[in-house]
Design a protein around this ligand. Structure first.
Ligand code: FSO
Ligand code: SF4
Length: 541
């Protein structure tokens, strides 16, 4: 196997024997085969679209299939063989529909690939179609191509979440097909790939906008909300991942059952949504970021439901309590495909629950774009009066590497006249710090999940309009941490928007060649994080 799509890749180069994430070489090969088949399917889908053939079911399937290959989503080989079969069925159905219109075309090897009958042979085929399948490709082109593939994985995740809430735009699906089809075109130049990479950022912005509309139109705009970090005596269910609709369904299905529902990881910001916080048994937040789940889940006295990434290998001591739904999967773990969460609810009732009430303090959530913009006047006044010197967006994913302490230290050392905006699971490094306020505006503002990066962009755009300057001229610095491929798509969106001077860590992507990195430094002044003191000095002068 060879995989270098995430930040924790082995030795900062690539996972070759087993994924640091727990992905084994069979699953890695099946994921590679699925991506290869999806590239072929993309060529046929583009042609079908041109011929006026509806691809709505293929569009939905494509996002699900691609999202499944994102880091820490699905580790179950049998789910991948099923997806590969389904992809080939969709592809052949589109070919037949084209044939019925008199269009017959050879779409090339990837679009003609036929599946062997057993998993062993599928794995062998997958091994031929991984990242290193064609050593003759120029390494810089390959680097950008992989960047685009990972950006598309992020887009597929956002588009999938948006579609679950009824939001879609054909432009998103068409671009996924165009970009995937482009990876099969050996004539494209480095310049072409730079354009495709920036277009990936543009389309990701659209996908995130659709998701923002889906979330806010269904559940209302988040409002400032105090979330307990302790627990209440009684039965408990823990919901992890990013899917608001799953959480809503779990809250509905547990109503009146004497079970308190807790959020884990990226679900924390859900407490701010009016149509989720209305449930009286939606109590509080438990635990921190995804990489601490083995320790935290083992101590949770109820059942646990994983709605999206990031799942890790469930340990024996909580294996019987954890359930997956949606695209998440782990072999041997009960998967709730039909959204009837009864098995997890029954398990929570069987389990002891919390013996006593416990107060562990609180955190505030709900500072998404609507809330922040509603106090824009106060913010502008604060800046003009010199009370607010600078804004820092300290955002992105968490992970296990020791270098990630940088982000905790950074927030601790940000001077008192500065405001920290945050989003995604990286915030668990500092989310419970009491930073006080500036004239009634909290100094630590939680915008939401990584899926809410759109909200952060809207806040930056609104500030730049208010001050009548470009986003790069604002007293705003982006201190980002990345881990998986949604972060890649967000980074491409920031580059598409022309945002410069991003501080990125904890390490730079292994899939960027020195030349591509130089391009990013020269054109966008992207820099790796250094020491907190040096970085703060450089930014604040
Ligand atoms: Fe974190 Fe995981 Fe939200 Fe990521 S839970 S790391 S960017 O998958 O999705 O922030
Ligand atoms: Fe390694 Fe990350 Fe790929 Fe997992 S997803 S195999 S940790 S590079």
């Amino acid at each position: 196997m060879f995989c270098f799509q995430c930040e924790q890749t082995a030795k900062g180069q690539g996972c070759t024997i087993m994924g640091v994430c727990g992905k084994d070489s069979n699953v890695a090969a099946l994921q590679d085969l699925l991506i290869y088949v999806m590239k072929g399917l993309s060529k046929v889908a583009l042609e079908a679209g041109k011929a006026g053939i509806s691809t709505a079911d293929v569009d939905k399937f494509s996002c699900e299939a691609i999202f499944s290959t994102l880091t820490n989503v699905n580790f179950d080989a049998s789910r991948f063989t099923k997806l590969i079969n389904e992809a080939i069925n969709h592809r052949e159905n589109m070919k037949n529909a084209l044939k019925a219109k008199g269009i017959t075309k050879n779409f090339g090897d990837a679009a003609n690939y036929q599946i062997p009958s057993n998993m062993e042979d599928m794995v062998k085929d997958g091994e031929k179609h991984g990242v290193k399948d064609d050593p003759s490709i120029n390494p810089d082109i390959k680097s950008l191509m992989e960047t685009v593939v990972y950006g598309i994985k992020g887009i597929a995740a956002y588009a999938d979440h948006a579609l679950i809430l009824g939001k879609s735009d054909k432009k998103v699906y068409d671009f996924i097909y165009e970009a995937f089809a482009a990876t099969l075109d050996t004539h494209l130049t480095l310049e072409d790939w730079i354009k495709i990479a920036l277009k990936t950022g543009e389309i990701n912005l659209l996908a995130m906008e659709l998701l923002d509309a889906g979330n806010t139109e269904t559940y209302g705009h988040p409002v400032p909300t105090t979330v307990p970090l302790g627990h209440k005596k009684g039965k408990a269910i823990l919901v992890s991942g990013h899917d608001l609709k799953d959480l809503d369904l779990i809250l509905k299905q547990t109503e009146g059952k004497g079970i308190n529902v807790y959020t884990h990881g990226e679900m924390l910001p859900c407490h701010g949504y009016p149509n989720l916080k209305k449930y009286p048994h939606f109590y509080g937040h438990y635990g921190t970021a995804w990489q601490n789940q083995a320790k935290e889940f083992a101590q949770f006295p109820g059942s646990i439901i994983m709605t999206t990434n990031c799942i890790q290998k469930p340990l024996e001591n909580y294996k019987a309590n954890i359930y997956t739904t949606g695209l998440v999967g782990w072999p041997g773990i009960t998967h709730i495909a039909d959204k009837d969460f009864t098995p997890a609810i029954n398990r929570a009732i069987e389990m002891p629950g919390f013996a006593e009430d416990e107060d562990k303090g609180t955190v505030m959530v709900g500072f998404a774009r609507n809330t922040v913009m509603s106090v824009a006047d106060k913010v502008i006044e604060g800046v003009k009066a010199g009370k607010i010197r600078h804004f820092f967006l300290v955002a992105g994913c968490d992970g296990a590497k020791p270098g990630r302490n940088y982000y905790t230290e950074f927030v601790e050392k940000v001077p008192n006249d500065c405001i920290v905006l945050t989003l995604a699971c990286g915030k668990f490094r500092f989310f419970d710090k009491q930073l006080g306020d500036i004239g009634g505006i909290p100094r630590l503002l939680d915008i939401g999940q990584c899926n809410d990066a759109y909200s952060a962009i809207q806040i930056a755009v609104a500030l730049s309009k208010a001050f009548n300057v470009g986003v790069n001229e604002l007293p705003l610095s982006l201190i980002l941490s990345w881990y998986e491929q949604k972060a890649v798509s967000i980074l491409l969106t920031l580059l598409y928007l022309g945002i410069k001077n991003i501080h990125l860590g904890p390490s730079l992507p292994a899939f960027l060649t020195p030349n591509v990195l130089n391009f990013l430094v020269e054109n966008y002044n992207i820099k790796p994080i250094g020491t907190v003191d040096a970085d703060l000095k450089e930014i604040l002068g």
